[in-house]
Design a protein around this ligand. Structure first.
Ligand code: SF4
Length: 354
């Protein structure tokens, strides 16, 4: 068997919002023995959710499933005001692990709706994030999933129209819809700042840049993870076959048949240890030779949410200094070195990204 060149896309995997949301539940487990309920999957990854279930965390889809006065955590995708009101009715202690970049889109929606604008929210109607954002101003917001839906929109004043987007869309797909919206409504306003987040953009750009040099792209992530599925689509659009796997157990010899160069990436909610397990298999069973290709350097981190700090103080715990810093690349380097796996670093960064 010839060696397989394994290209690790940097950045990949956990983004700052996912890291913060997981940290919230970790910290809660650390500071209290009370039952913890998480509204919806904390992030869209089956391993993350199962690991928390194994530690006693309960995941609910209805606020009514949390006992009165209990602790509920809102997932990284955010929730609508209706959910917050239901939690208040049940006197729940709510801890908000919504990604600040999702909260920013909520704030934009509220601001435009209050000023009497209509909002076209580009995204997937059934995704938790879109449900939450739409819930901020249901009368003012219409969801647009594709250009075909534009003709059926109800627009009162095309000069008071703005579009916002889900944070984890494919930038290519979003641009197609935005161009169609601009054709239909030339005065439509853009969001004040880009809604598709830095992590989505950077992971997609890395795949767009690296996939064409490879025969296969392996994306680690779950099927309900929007940004993971988008990575597969972007790879396929660039002409390189791609597979989405939850973990290395889904890899078969057939997947790698005839493959000389494989790109490995991971969705923003996929833990890096799953990538490590894949690397080990590629090295041990397929004579994998590892190259890390840096396309962007990221340094975004979010602090613990105020609601968690307040909860900690109420339980006599000082939140100062409890934040754990994230550094995916250092973790990978340590992993490779601990297994004596040689690697080559290729720096393709043209600028530092946030
Ligand atoms: S993908 Fe972007 S918006 Fe979603 S949690 Fe991560 S940083 Fe936040």
């Amino acid at each position: 068997m010839d060696p397989v060149k394994v290209i690790l896309a940097n950045p990949r995997g956990f983004c700052a919002g996912v890291f913060m949301a997981i940290d919230v539940v970790d910290q809660l487990l650390d500071v209290t023995d009370e039952p913890i309920y998480v509204f919806h999957e904390i992030v869209h990854n089956k391993h993350v959710v199962q690991r928390f279930k194994d530690r006693g965390v309960q995941f609910i889809e209805h606020i009514a499933d949390a006992p009165r006065g209990g602790i509920v955590v809102y997932s990284a995708h955010g929730v609508s005001p209706e959910v917050r009101a239901q939690a208040a009715d049940r006197q729940l202690i709510d801890i908000d692990a919504t990604c600040p970049l999702v909260t920013k889109v909520h704030a934009e929606a509220i601001r435009y709706a209050q000023r009497g604008w209509q909002i076209l929210l580009i995204g997937h109607r059934s995704h938790q994030e879109v449900i939450g954002t739409r819930g901020e101003a249901p009368e003012a917001i219409q969801v647009v999933e594709s250009p075909d839906q534009i003709a059926a929109l109800h627009i009162d004043d095309p000069d008071k129209l703005v579009f916002l987007t889900q944070t984890t869309l494919s930038t290519d797909d979003a641009n197609i819809i935005i161009a169609a919206l601009r054709d239909a409504f030339p005065n439509i306003k853009s969001p004040p700042t880009e809604d598709i987040c830095y992590a989505t953009t950077n992971r997609q750009h890395a795949v767009r840049q690296l996939a064409p040099e490879c025969d296969l792209v392996i994306v680690i992530g779950s099927a309900n993870s929007s940004n993971s599925v988008r990575l597969v689509e972007i790879s396929e659009h660039s002409g390189t076959k791609s597979v989405l796997i939850d973990d290395v157990t889904e890899l078969t010899p057939l997947t790698l048949q005839g493959v000389e160069r494989v790109l490995v990436t991971a969705g923003a909610s996929a833990p890096e240890d799953l990538v490590h397990a894949l690397i080990l298999t590629l090295v041990q069973q397929y004579k994998g030779e590892i190259e890390q290709h840096d396309v962007f350097h990221e340094s975004v981190e979010f602090g613990l949410p105020g609601s968690l700090k307040q909860f900690m103080r109420s339980r006599g715990v000082d939140p100062t200094g409890r934040r754990i810093s994230m550094d995916n690349i250092a973790g990978t380097n340590a992993f490779l070195s601990s297994h004596s796996i040689p690697q080559r670093l290729v720096d393709l960064t043209v600028k530092n990204s946030c």
